[in-house]
Each structure stands twice: as C-alpha cells, then as structure tokens.
Design a protein around this ligand. Structure first.
Ligand SMILES: Cc1cc2nc3c(=O)[nH]c(=O)nc-3n(C[C@H](O)[C@H](O)[C@H](O)COP(=O)(O)OP(=O)(O)OC[C@H]3O[C@@H](n4cnc5c(N)ncnc54)[C@H](O)[C@@H]3O)c2cc1C
Length: 230
C-alpha cells in the first residue's frame, strides 16, 4: 500500500495506539485533540489479554506491567445474601493469561511518550466538528468552521458521540442509557479487599459497586484502588 496521509481524531488510548501502528506501517500520521493538553480521562481500567498482547506487540508491555496490578479473577456477589453471582478466573483457560488493572494515567503516559518518541505530531486545542469531502481527500473541520487538514484517511477515535460520525461509512448506533456511573481513584490504605480480583457487589440488577486494585500512576507512587458504582 502506498504511504497515506492520515488524520486521527482523539488522543485517547485508541488514537495513540492507532497512530503508533499506522506510523510503523509507513504512513504519515497526525493526531488532532480537542484539549489544550492531551491527558488521561477517568480512573482505573482492567486490560484484558487482547489489550496486553497489543501493548506487547508495540514494545510497551513491560512499562505498563510494572505499574499495574495483576488480576486473576472477576468476582461478583449479591450484596444482601453474599451469594456468588459472577466468578470468572483467567486460569480457567490454558495459556497463563491474566488481566492487568492500570490507572489510566499509566496507560496514557506510556502510549503518549511512545508517540512523542516516534515524532508523531499531536495538534491540540482543536475540537473537531465534522468532515467534508474535497477533491484531494477528506477534510477535517474544527468547531470554529475552519478546515484544519486534508487527509487520504481519517481515523475517528474520539468516542461514540463523535460529531464526525455523519461522515462515516460505518456509523455506529448510539443508544441513550437511563442510568449513569461514577468512579474515583482512592488510597486503598489498610482497607481489606482482594488485591488480585475485580470485586463487585450487586443490589438486584439495579445497583452495582466495584473495587479494582489499579496499581501506580508512576514508578515510586503509592498503589491506588479504583472504586466504581452504577
Ligand atoms: C466508569 C468507566 C469504567 C470503564 N472501565 C473500563 C475498563 O475497565 N476497561 C476498558 O477497557 N474500558 C473501560 N472503560 C471504557 C474506557 O473509557 C475506554 O476503554 C477508553 O477510554 C477508550 O479509549 P479511547 O481512546 O477509545 O477513548 P477516550 O479515552 O474517550 O479518548 C477519546 C479522545 O478523543 C478526544 N475527543 C473527543 N471528542 C473530540 C472532538 N470532537 N474533537 C477532538 N478530540 C475529541 C477526547 O478529548 C479524548 O482525548 C470504562 C469507562 C468508564 C466510563
């Protein structure tokens, strides 16, 4: 394939990882981000073996592994009776697989640093509002109405509610939900929780809370826990 000029909308984990792969494949890539400074969003997340394989392929696994918490099991119980409702163990399948819980900052910083080292430009402070077909490719249009670049290909990693969806050939359907979620990154301190599991408690199917040991944001920092509720 000839080398393409590719614009990536959004500097989250997906945009940064896509930029690394496309750049390594020989394409000329730039990332466009709405925030003035790219930064991690949210608390902790649990990376599954597929995501860990991608990090390994990018040569970034060791740095993230050293910061994260190895997760062996997903365990959920009814909050009133204590009855186990969910019990999924990674070692139920062969292959020595496991999950890795990380603070988003640890994942973001690792990918972001790799993008900087690769010399991939990130243009910030550019909230994108749409696309337009031009004679020479696809133009990205900023919220100001200005055309900010023309590309052979646009990769949209800005989220399900992206304003670029109208220009996509494979637009996903977005469903509004009648419930919300909150989460916080806390000091686990002396609290008693399973340090190798994502632990959840359910009040029927209506309320869920969970505790995820989320490792460190940076080397030398204290380990934290991600607490979530929905
Ligand atoms: C409570 C909660 C818990 C979650 N837990 C997990 C988990 O355990 N495991 C997991 O894998 N996932 C989890 N997720 C999902 C998680 O959000 C995604 O996995 C991850 O953030 C997706 O990365 P992304 O790069 O696709 O999107 P994002 O991280 O959302 O990045 C999108 C980027 O695009 C930028 N952007 C958005 N709109 C525009 C625009 N118009 N113009 C320019 N830039 C724009 C944003 O500023 C952002 O930098 C969770 C989400 C929530 C809310």
């Amino acid at each position: 394939m000839k080398s393409l000029h590719i614009g990536i909308a959004g500097a989250g984990p997906a945009g940064l990882a896509a930029a690394l792969y496309l750049s390594r494949a020989g394409h000329h890539v730039e990332i466009l981000e709405r925030y003035e400074r790219p930064a991690p969003v949210g608390s902790g997340l649990l990376m599954q073996p597929t995501g860990l394989t991608v990090l390994d392929d990018l040569g970034l696994f060791e740095r993230v592994r050293a910061l994260g918490s190895r997760i062996e099991r997903l365990h959920g119980a009814d909050a009133r009776s204590g009855r186990t409702v969910l019990d999924v163990r990674y070692d139920a399948a062969p292959g020595g697989r496991y999950g890795l819980a990380v603070q988003r900052a640890a994942l973001f910083d690792t990918l972001h640093d790799a993008v900087l080292v690769a010399g991939i430009p990130i243009r910030t402070g550019l909230p994108l509002a749409g696309t337009a077909a031009t004679g020479s490719g696809v133009a990205l249009i900023a919220a100001t109405g200005d055309q900010v670049g023309v590309y052979d290909l646009v990769v949209d990693t800005s989220g399900a509610r992206s304003p670029l969806i109208g220009g996509s050939a494979v637009a996903p359907k977005v469903r509004d939900l009648s419930y919300g979620a909150f989460w916080a990154t806390l000091d686990g301190g002396a609290a008693r929780y399973d340090r190798t599991a994502l632990s959840q408690r359910y009040d029927r199917a209506k309320v869920m809370i969970g505790v995820l040991p989320a490792g460190r944001a940076k080397p030398g920092e204290a380990e934290r826990v991600a607490f979530s509720g929905a």
